[in-house]
Every structure is written in structure tokens, then in C-alpha cells.
Ligand binder design. Structure first.
Ligand code: PGA
Length: 256
């Protein structure tokens, strides 16, 4: 049984006072909603302040990135122990914006995924093809490479904690959501990759989120698809009303 999961990726938005205000409003709006797991992922500098607001609530805290060592001479980086120290439970890894602007490779993403799992953080591993890759018929090949890259050296017992986010790059921040059919086709493909690499049980239990221009207007149709277990939401997660609506509309999905 896979529980619905809505994660908000705030990206590079919100200073402390705004983050506190928004997390208070979200907390109030989702207080009685138990049919979905909820997570918000703000910037590093506001993690602690947001945690103080949500710590006794049904909202978990996530970071948007991690370094794969816990401490040492890595100027500008933040490791798992620091994230756990400020209350994080989840961490987004391999977001396409980091792949693009920070040149994150599958190799780095594999290290980060393993390191977060070894430290007790749950990674939300992002994979997704660009428009060019889709149009040239390479979408599945890219997903396969990114998936096996991220899971390199990851034994089954570790993989059992992983959350995957399928985020087609052409749908992120563009208003062009993948149709539920396209998203489902890719989610089903990813589940098959998990089955091939690990086993059917892990494939059936893994939560696969869709990401890319998710809004309260399209979440219901996406959630109707059997292999879509929730969403990683950027823009619409910044506004409490729409984030709360997304949680309401995605909860209590019956799987398997
Ligand atoms: P978006 O971003 O919802 O603004 O398209 C999603 C993401 O990048 O995780």
C-alpha cells in the first residue's frame, strides 16, 4: 500500500519571515489531513525556522540538496548530519535544475543518494528527460540511465526507502504539465525498471511522484493514474491555499 505524498520544492524563494508565515498557514490548512504524507523543502537558511513551526505537525521537513560527506573540507556544502540536526527527514537529490546549472552527474547523485540513506534521510531522487530527448525518442533511455546511475551501489534494503520523482524537464515551471497518459507511461516504465533491478515487492512499494507544473487544477487527473503516487510541486507549493488544495485532492488514494 503506497500512501499519497505531496512534497513542496520552494527552490530559491522565501526569506525567514515569509517562510515562517507560509509554513504556519500550510500547517493550519492541513492539520486534519491524514490521507497523504506532506513535506516542504525550503532553502537551507530557513530550514530551522520552518522546523520550529512544523515540528509537532503532520508536515515533514526536507532539504533541496546534500553533500555526500558529513563533515570536512568541503567549502559551501551541507551534509546529512547538518540536515538531520535542523529537523530534516527528506532531501531532494538530482533535481534537473542542479543537473543543468551545477553540472550534477549521475555519479554525484549516486553518492548523495547513498550518503543520505546511510545517515537516515529519505532521498527524493529526481529523474526526467528534456524536450529534445523526448522528441528524439530517447525519453525512456534517459530515464533508464538516470535511474540506474542514481541506484548504483544501492542494495535492495537501502532502495526500499527511496522516493522517485519523475520530472520531465520540459514540464518544469513551463505550465506544460505532462498529460496523465504520458506521466503514467513513464511511471509504469520506472516501476518496471525497479522490478528488473530489484524485485516486484520493491517496485510495488516505491512511491513515484510526478513533478512539472502540477496545480490544484490538474492534480486529480494525474492522481487517477495507477502508478502516480503524488507530486513534487514547485510554483504551486509557494502559495499556501494551492498547496493545501493539492494535499486535499491527492489524499486517500487506494493503491494495490
Ligand atoms: P514546478 O516545479 O511545479 O514549478 O513546475 C516542479 C519542480 O521543479 O520540482
Amino acid at each position: 500500500m503506497r500512501k499519497s505524498f505531496i512534497a513542496g520544492n520552494w527552490k530559491l524563494n522565501k526569506k525567514v519571515s515569509e517562510a515562517v508565515e507560509v509554513s504556519k498557514a500550510i500547517k493550519e490548512g492541513v492539520i486534519n489531513l491524514s490521507g497523504a504524507d506532506i513535506c516542504i523543502c525550503p532553502t537551507f537558511t530557513v530550514l530551522k525556522s520552518v522546523y520550529e513551526i512544523i515540528k509537532d505537525s503532520n508536515i515533514a521537513l526536507g532539504a533541496q540538496n546534500i553533500w555526500y560527506e558529513n563533515q570536512g573540507a568541503y567549502t559551501g556544502e551541507i551534509g546529512a548530519s547538518s540536515l538531520l540536526d535542523v529537523g530534516c527527514k527528506y532531501v531532494i537529490i538530482g533535481h534537473s535544475e542542479r543537473r543543468k546549472y551545477l553540472n550534477e552527474s549521475d555519479e554525484t547523485i549516486a553518492h548523495k543518494t547513498l550518503s543520505s540513506l546511510e545517515s537516515g534521510l529519505i532521498p527524493i531522487v529526481c529523474i526526467g528527460e528534456t524536450l529534445e530527448e523526448r522528441e528524439s525518442g530517447k525519453a525512456q533511455k534517459i530515464i533508464e540511465t538516470q535511474f540506474s546511475g542514481a541506484c548504483k551501489n544501492l542494495p535492495a534494503d537501502k532502495f526500499s526507502k527511496v522516493v522517485i520523482a519523475y520530472e520531465p524537464v520540459w514540464a518544469i515551471g513551463t505550465g506544460k504539465t505532462a498529460t496523465p497518459e504520458i506521466a503514467e507511461e513513464m511511471h509504469k516504465f520506472i516501476r518496471q525498471l525497479i522490478k528488473n533491478r530489484y524485485n516486484k515487492e520493491l517496485a510495488d512499494n516505491c512511491r513515484i511522484l510526478y513533478g512539472g507544473s502540477v496545480t490544484p487544477a490538474n492534480i486529480e487527473n494525474l492522481m487517477k493514474e495507477p502508478d502516480i503516487d503524488g507530486a513534487l510541486v514547485g510554483g504551486a507549493s509557494l502559495v499556501p491555499e494551492s498547496f493545501i488544495e493539492l494535499v486535499k485532492k491527492s489524499q486517500n488514494k487506494q493503491t494495490q
